[in-house]
Design a protein around this ligand. Sequence first.
Ligand code: CP
Length: 360
Amino acid sequence: MTKAELRKIEALKSLTWEEFYRTPLKNKLTYFEKSGRMFDMLFAQQLTPEIISTLFATANKIRKIAKAKEGLDWLQTLLSHKRAMLYFVQPSTRTFVSFQSACYILGLKVSEIRSTSTSSELKGETPEDTIRTFSSYADMIIMRHFEEGMAEKAAWMLNKIKRPISIVNGGSGKDQHPTQALLDLYTLDLSFAERGGINNKTIVMVGDLKRGRTVRSLSYLLKLYKGVKIVYVSPDYLRIDNEIKDFLKKHKIPFKESADLEKSLPGADAVYMTRIQDEYDINGESKDIDYSKFHLTKKHLKLLKKNAIIMHPLPRRQEIEVAVDSDPRAKYWRQERNGMWIRAALIAYLFGIEDKILNI
Ligand code: CP
């Protein structure tokens, strides 16, 4: 690290949390690195083409090695001396279980807290002190929190102490879900492997685009590919926000907005369905939205290209009819399993052991 870079880090360390949080992301990304490598995984914008390519290759290799017992036994030696804290105080099924499984694959020991009602936060301890406490016991914190910015705050705080540990953002309020975007991208990459990869594909994102953090994170990552077009299909009230639209305009990524699912399907290479995020309602406003127009049913399948794919971060409600599951274009169950492999690759990368896996 150059002297100028060191001075920048020291200057960032001297900021209050409010000042740090207000600092534009591009000016603070190095704060989440150690020795020039990503150390905390908080934002989709941290993922460069080089990191993504390393993670995809590592995930492919882990998946192959883990098929045989001897291979899995070897993988489980790699981080058997490390411990991870799974701090998930917002509901989760697959992010939690896939990270837990990814830890098991690499031999990490895991501890978990799944609700503030069973931690000392119930006795009035702040989330900040709770997170600091984890750093006394664990070598990595993987967290999902209901408060926007809490994962960033954890990294801001822990990068100032003597024994910093990596923070992985498993979802922070309405803000971002970068590891979901990573597994979405991995699924797109695997699905389009025989069709020139993700470049030049049209991705149709459907549903609650205003409050869906997976859509936000994936939109940021699509910037890394050439010729990608995005179509956002949503009810008027749930349109994608201006921050994402400004980002796409700045990077000259063509996008369209529509409220018509049927018209948008024939051009899609990938349809990315999402559920309504009514847990973020302020006054029960979701009840006034006719979300049924944004449901993919069996009758829609004939409108889709033969080689298109259907994705969903899950969980779903009615936005994909169960009868669609048996269509070969439905990739969402594979997508959630891909999450385990790519998250194992991410953990390996953050501990700096990906070369051991890639070079075996
Ligand atoms: N996709 C996703 O984040 O699912 P969970 O909420 O079940 O973790």
